[in-house]
Design a protein around this ligand. Structure first.
Ligand SMILES: [Zn+2]
Ligand SMILES: [Zn+2]
Ligand SMILES: [Zn+2]
Length: 427
């Protein structure tokens, strides 16, 4: 057996075989690996170059095309971001520029690149509320129906094609029903009402009655078969500043979000958090049509992950634990004394599009009051535990944006019974 030698790195007590020493220049394998990694890092630091793929380009359509093109990761290139977000660029597009992007999406689909085409069409639909009839023709021609939100403004020809297919195409029926829910025009409303009366044969194979798919598009049939919206089209988003707020600091805003309160959770004993404190006298939130001074929607952010949480609210800002809360089967054992660290978030005073924050994988901030919710999983509008009506969506807090955490808290209200509800979803 050959004699082992000490590793030559100062401070390392490992011993090595002479053959290893020959290979590494006298140091042990872990030290050798460390040295190689350091050399690589130094090489990258010295040779890394800034790459500005937008240099000299002023056409917003070309800039967006570059933004949407996936890139191979290269350690030696430091990709400089564009100084404005895709969302901002989409807002400024002219009608002709939007058409050019739609045509580009069609070209991408012809090439089989659906991911990129989908992102462009989604951005057009959510950020600019564009009518993308040609893009949809290409999409439906390829047998694509998901994401259904793309079909939001589809005209009669596409709607009728969806109706034609839904009875025949069992493999895509789920997506076809979602697309129809998003179309949601008079013909679809009547069709859903007809199905509620006389369920089609294939309905027994679905998890829910076909008319319930309307929830995914934010509406339902009322008792008379009319469309009832489950959200307010008016929407304001929250802007986040990096500052962390102290407990006693307050913010001037029509709606103040995420304040720890002194009332405690009846399940874990931890402090409740007021997700939304709405000043109902502020014209910005008149769209809620709530006659009163103040609405506070609170929940326990720990326990809420395991079930919907209700509060009895009054329109003077007071609230109390609801008798309708049912303890979930499972609750986590986190320390109830642990308090939320949240950033200062303020309500923007600029009205924004109803659907801007409603597709959660698009890079747009999705903490908002009003507007269509960004469901991470399936739509989950709670029923009011008192009158059983589906509750109205009030707003959502995206924890990634608001507190470096994850998931979204969705809040709801039954205006008739004055009961609030909050539920939570994450990936
Ligand atoms: Zn060593
Ligand atoms: Zn709790
Ligand atoms: Zn109710």
């Amino acid at each position: 057996m050959s004699e082992r030698l000490p590793c030559q790195t100062p401070g390392c007590s490992a011993t090595i075989l002479p053959t290893t020493a020959l290979k590494t220049g006298g140091i042990c394998m872990p030290c050798h690996q460390k040295k190689l990694a350091l050399e690589k890092e130094t090489y990258i630091l010295q040779n890394r170059k800034d790459v500005d793929r937008y240099a000299g380009i002023i056409d917003p359509v070309e800039i967006l095309k570059i933004m949407h093109t996936p890139r191979k990761y290269n350690l030696l290139e430091n990709d400089l971001p564009y100084h404005r977000s895709a969302q901002e660029l989409y807002h400024q597009l002219t009608e002709a520029e939007r058409k050019r992007l739609e045509s580009y999406a069609i070209t991408l689909m012809d090439r089989g690149d659906f991911d990129q085409a989908e992102t462009i069409l989604l951005s057009l639909v959510c950020f600019t509320d564009s009518w993308i009839e040609q893009g949809l023709h290409a999409f439906i021609h390829k047998g694509k129906y998901d994401p259904g939100i793309l079909y939001k403004k589809a005209g009669p020809a596409i709607r009728d094609e969806l109706i034609h297919r839904v009875g025949r195409d069992s493999a895509n029926r789920n997506h076809l029903l979602l697309a129809l829910a998003w179309v949601g025009d008079e013909v679809v409303i009547q069709l859903f009402a007809k199905w509620r009366q006389n369920p089609p044969q294939w309905a027994s194979k679905l998890g829910v009655p076909p008319e319930n798919y309307a929830h995914e598009a934010g509406w339902e049939l009322d008792q008379d078969g009319l469309k009832r919206l489950l959200f307010h089209p008016e929407s304001y988003h929250f802007k986040v500043s990096g500052e962390v707020l102290g407990r006693t600091e307050t913010i001037q805003s029509a709606v103040v979000a995420l304040q720890t309160d002194d009332q405690v959770c009846h399940w874990c004993g931890g402090k409740l958090v007021v997700l939304y404190d709405c000043n109902l006298q502020d014209p910005l939130v008149y769209f809620m049509k709530l006659p009163g001074q103040q609405l506070r929607i609170a929940d326990c952010m720990r326990c809420n992950c395991y079930g919907t949480m209700y509060m009895k609210v009054e329109l003077d800002g007071s609230y109390s634990w609801s008798e309708y809360n049912i303890v979930p089967d499972f609750l986590s054992e986190t320390d109830p004394a642990e308090e939320l660290t949240s950033y200062a978030i303020r309500l923007s005073e600029r009205l924004r599009g109803t659907y801007e924050g409603s597709y959660w994988t698009l890079e747009a901030t999705s903490s908002q009051i009003g507007g269509h919710p960004a469901w991470i999983q399936e739509a989950a509008y709670p029923s009011c535990p008192c009158c059983l009506e589906t509750m109205m969506f009030i707003g959502q807090v995206d924890m990634e944006q608001a507190a470096d955490s994850e998931g979204i808290y969705y809040s709801f209200l039954c205006g008739a019974c004055l009961i609030s509800a909050v539920n939570y979803q994450q990936t």
